[in-house]
Write a protein that binds this ligand. Sequence first.
Ligand code: LLP
Length: 426
Amino acid sequence: PRQVERGAGGALTVAGLDVRELAAGYGTPAYILDEDDLRSRARDFRDAFPDVDVYYAGKAFLCRAVVRMIAEEGLHLDVCSGGELATALSAGMPAERIGFHGNNKSVAELTRALDTGVGRIILDSFTEIDRLTALARERGVRPGVLIRVTVGVEAHTHEFIATAHEDQKFGFSLAGGAAAAAAFRVIDEGVLDLRGLHSHIGSQIFDTSGFEVSARRVLALQAQIRDARGVELPELDLGGGFGIAYTTQDDPSTPAELAKRLRKIVDSECAAENLAVPHLSIEPGRAIVGPAVFTLYTVGTVKDVDGLRTYVSVDGGMSDNIRTALYDASYSATLAGRTSTAEPLLARVVGKHCESGDIVVKDEFLPADVQPGDLVAVPGTGAYCRSMASNYNHVPRPPVVAVRDGRARLIVRRETEEDLLALDVG
Ligand code: LLP
């Protein structure tokens, strides 16, 4: 969050609130969301991309309060399941501002999307084209659809690889001709309103040249569709994936830099293909919510292991942040409730779960006097932490507390043991 400072006694404050008070009021672990930070990141995208539809990717983190923030800031919303769709609709997000993704949307999910008037459905397979065509025909409706194109660009983080093929489950292959065939099928059936093509090349991307290759390939397909069917598709969705800084080594582009770069690529490719510049959309998730949140933990035990390393165990772990275990992701940690002049100690921040891979922060210097009862903050946990949280070891999932202007507000409550037991039958 942007509004973190050291206040009285060296404790962190966020939006004017002392983390010790937040911990006392809401318990730990807790996700602390700096609402102004999230809103200003949303606005930064809005302002940098004024004539572009910015879909917030709800998979990064979704709850009703966040849907409302996103809607108020003028963004659209990308959902990829019936559950995300239900959350969006129940928070009052206008259906026409929702884009519905997924490689295996069920008949029930597609039906709900049609009946509620979801703005864009992103088609991912021939099975789905036929399924949605049948459902739309039955209902006499004409939903706006995009075709997800697999462009053969694999961009993960600081690098990208452009290949002819991309061996993964999403979208229609460009190289194999499936993407063109999908567009022809939708156009020829005439039931669905094909608005454009979509590509998403990965997540936590720093090297924007991946978008360049992707845009070039997808616009070449757009030209091919025009030449074959005389239809110039009016829209183009470039997906999400814009990287954020998890550690001081990361240096992400600003939305303004991204906008300039993407505009330039699209303009020059359209000129090269003699295409009218389509109406663009993008789908950032992580870049909007990731940096706006930190997780607040309490230290439970401190253990020196054979003089090799100090293990600092906190009261959460892989159930509230699976990313370190799953992706070898890097995070940082900081002593939050006080400052210390003690020597820095190379520590590993671990959780309370029953496996040795339960690591939150692999390597971090913490003051040597770190002790049970200390508060520790792990920043950058807004994206793919609460949304990928589990109940492993029957640990209740932490709450999300939004802070703004010196006030805290619970937006997702902590799970209770009753919640955990509620699903057991018998
Ligand atoms: N659009 C589509 C079609 C996507 O599949 C995704 C992410 C996004 C947008 C948003 O990407 P973002 O801007 O948030 O990077 N669990 C992984 C990330 C998975 C991303 C899946 N798709 C992680 O924790 O790193």
